[in-house]
Design a binder for this molecule. Sequence first.
Ligand code: RB5
Length: 149
Amino acid sequence: MTISIASDHAGFEFKRLILAYLSEKDIEYIDYGTTNNDSVDYPDYAIKVAESVSREEIDRGILICGTGIGMSIVANKFHGVRAALCHDAETAEASRQHNDANILVLGGRVLDEQVALSIVEIWLKTEFSGGRHQKRLEKIKELETLAGE
Ligand code: RB5
């Protein structure tokens, strides 16, 4: 599995932690920035990860901003993207099992570091459950088709 990852300045420290975790676990990633704590605009970074997932160039993405809200808003405008803002193990697991979320969004200013890492761990290992959830995803796909007309 390859992950694309990006943050703004408010998520930068969390991104460093997550990159260290991915390296430790031998999980490949592409880091789209940002590269330091200087103030940047979150849409510029959300776009890079969301495009890579939407074009199916990358399996899954991770985005981090201050609250996770801005990154979620931007990422979910992309075709095929199901970005989930998660704040604990339960939402992380459900976002994979029920929603087949392909982008995990975290809030760097609202989460404890260890909680954030446990969210990443659970999110990466949990599979989509399919079944009744699949038909709901089909409805989302239909909406995307209608919105594209
Ligand atoms: C940056 O100050 C902050 O607005 C951003 O990181 C994010 O929380 C937006 O939703």
